[in-house]
Design a protein around this ligand. Structure first.
Ligand SMILES: [Zn+2]
Length: 87
Protein backbone atom coordinates (compact mmCIF):
# COMPACT_ATOMS: atom_id res chain seq x y z
CA UNK A 1 0.00 0.00 0.00
CA UNK A 2 1.47 3.33 -1.00
CA UNK A 3 1.36 6.58 0.89
CA UNK A 4 -1.06 7.85 -1.71
CA UNK A 5 -3.62 5.17 -0.98
CA UNK A 6 -6.35 7.73 -0.52
CA UNK A 7 -5.87 9.19 -3.96
CA UNK A 8 -5.55 5.78 -5.55
CA UNK A 9 -8.68 4.48 -3.90
CA UNK A 10 -10.80 7.53 -4.36
CA UNK A 11 -10.02 7.92 -8.01
CA UNK A 12 -9.83 4.31 -9.15
CA UNK A 13 -11.34 4.25 -12.62
CA UNK A 14 -12.36 0.61 -12.61
CA UNK A 15 -13.62 -2.00 -10.19
CA UNK A 16 -10.72 -4.08 -8.87
CA UNK A 17 -12.83 -7.23 -9.01
CA UNK A 18 -14.89 -7.22 -12.22
CA UNK A 19 -13.23 -4.38 -14.11
CA UNK A 20 -16.41 -2.34 -14.52
CA UNK A 21 -15.69 1.31 -15.23
CA UNK A 22 -16.10 3.67 -12.29
CA UNK A 23 -16.75 7.33 -12.98
CA UNK A 24 -15.66 9.80 -10.29
CA UNK A 25 -19.25 10.13 -9.10
CA UNK A 26 -19.90 6.37 -9.01
CA UNK A 27 -19.87 4.92 -5.52
CA UNK A 28 -17.22 2.31 -4.76
CA UNK A 29 -16.23 0.48 -1.60
CA UNK A 30 -13.15 -1.33 -0.36
CA UNK A 31 -12.97 -5.10 -0.33
CA UNK A 32 -12.27 -6.62 3.08
CA UNK A 33 -10.36 -9.37 1.26
CA UNK A 34 -7.76 -7.39 -0.66
CA UNK A 35 -8.54 -3.71 0.11
CA UNK A 36 -9.15 -3.02 -3.55
CA UNK A 37 -11.84 -0.52 -4.49
CA UNK A 38 -14.72 -2.49 -5.97
CA UNK A 39 -18.18 -1.69 -7.33
CA UNK A 40 -21.27 -2.17 -5.20
CA UNK A 41 -22.55 -5.28 -7.03
CA UNK A 42 -19.18 -6.92 -6.31
CA UNK A 43 -19.45 -5.86 -2.66
CA UNK A 44 -22.84 -7.53 -2.41
CA UNK A 45 -21.33 -10.75 -3.78
CA UNK A 46 -18.47 -10.42 -1.32
CA UNK A 47 -20.90 -10.03 1.58
CA UNK A 48 -22.52 -13.33 0.62
CA UNK A 49 -19.29 -15.26 1.05
CA UNK A 50 -19.42 -17.55 4.10
CA UNK A 51 -16.22 -16.12 5.56
CA UNK A 52 -17.16 -12.48 5.01
CA UNK A 53 -17.90 -11.58 8.62
CA UNK A 54 -14.70 -13.16 9.83
CA UNK A 55 -12.69 -11.36 7.14
CA UNK A 56 -14.43 -8.08 7.92
CA UNK A 57 -13.42 -8.33 11.56
CA UNK A 58 -9.85 -9.10 10.58
CA UNK A 59 -9.77 -6.23 8.12
CA UNK A 60 -10.89 -3.76 10.76
CA UNK A 61 -8.37 -5.02 13.27
CA UNK A 62 -5.56 -4.95 10.72
CA UNK A 63 -6.36 -1.56 9.33
CA UNK A 64 -6.63 0.01 12.76
CA UNK A 65 -3.25 -1.43 13.69
CA UNK A 66 -1.44 -0.70 10.42
CA UNK A 67 -2.98 2.49 9.20
CA UNK A 68 -2.96 4.35 12.49
CA UNK A 69 0.80 4.48 12.45
CA UNK A 70 1.38 4.89 8.74
CA UNK A 71 -1.38 7.24 7.72
CA UNK A 72 -2.84 8.88 10.81
CA UNK A 73 -6.39 8.39 9.60
CA UNK A 74 -7.46 4.86 10.49
CA UNK A 75 -11.10 5.84 10.80
CA UNK A 76 -11.23 6.96 7.21
CA UNK A 77 -9.56 3.87 5.85
CA UNK A 78 -11.65 1.42 7.86
CA UNK A 79 -14.80 3.33 7.13
CA UNK A 80 -14.33 2.87 3.40
CA UNK A 81 -14.61 -0.91 3.79
CA UNK A 82 -18.22 -0.60 4.93
CA UNK A 83 -19.61 2.59 3.45
CA UNK A 84 -19.55 3.47 -0.23
CA UNK A 85 -17.61 6.57 -1.21
CA UNK A 86 -16.96 8.55 -4.35
CA UNK A 87 -13.96 10.24 -5.85
ZN1 LIG B 1 -17.19 -4.93 -9.76
Amino acid sequence: MSRNWKDALRCATACGRCGAALAPADPRILSVYDHEPICLPCKRREEERPDYEERAREAVGACLADVEVAYGDPGGFCYHHFYPFTC
